[in-house]
Write a protein that binds this ligand. Sequence first.
Ligand code: NAP
Length: 295
Amino acid sequence: MRVAFLGLGIMGRSMATNLVNAGHEVAVWNRSAGKDVDGARTSAYPGDAVAGAEVVWMCVSDTKAVEQVLFGQGGADPALNEGMIIADSSTISPSATLRFAARVKARGVSYVDAPMTGSKIAAEAGNLIFMVGGDEAALARLQPLFQAMGKQVFHMGETGKGQATKLAMNLQIALIYEGFAEALTLAAKLGVDIEKMLPLIQASMVRSGVVDYKAPFILKRDFSPNFPLRLMLKDIRLALEAAKESRVRLPGLEAVEEVYDVAAEEGQQDLDYAATLTLLEKWAGVEVKAKAASK
Ligand code: NAP
């Protein structure tokens, strides 16, 4: 298929690469110059990438970025044609998604929100899991692209339901990780060997994919971004906003937001969100590390 891929960050670059590797004809665009993908045509502005495409796939930071890429100067909008599909894998506001979809619908363009989970490692391996909102016909046409980038697609309902689901998913990741980080901090302070504790966690009902993913990075003290803290904070705020709009209380997430606020103030916004552990460590006066590594 002819695909315009807009946004070549941690996730987008690997996703576009996997589309090229699956034989699709891909034109890419990124806000900052210097990012490209082997085998894809690099475009100077979004509208240039979109001209002649069947599908426009976006993976940019936030709601404002999606709005600019679609409707800002040089944006996709003037190049959109009847029959095209827009698929958005950015995590953004569900209500803004509905507004964007309504704006392009008048032009005969379908809008599918397709946020994903799996982070950097799954994006590289083509193992992402997509949670999707949109109509069946558009989803069916996107199948070859989902297959190139991911391993599973969950159809959550009409447009907007993918983003709504994604906020509920990241709410859990943020809370699960914070629970894990607080447990490690307390255990370390009490003198427990973390390398002995990790297999126990994974043998028990506490077991989680979040722990599977993050534990090796923590043991190496590698807080380089797989999912930058600033983006998890954005998702926490989106979830709290959606909760406010729908009169839902999320006291656990509100508490976690405070930890992220302090971490961001301390300059950790471009590190992985796993770096929130270092804040807990600082408050506790302890470092979580394997006993062997501390000798
Ligand atoms: P990232 O590495 O920070 O990349 C962000 C991308 O958005 C870059 O291409 C950036 O361009 C572009 N961008 C930012 N502001 C823009 C604007 N105003 N106009 C146009 N482009 C703009 O982020 P990422 O990790 O790839 O995440 C991308 C999206 O996927 C986010 O919504 C994130 O929440 C979501 N997501 C991420 C993960 C993960 O684990 N990383 C997992 C699931 C979902 P520049 O290069 O010019 O800065």
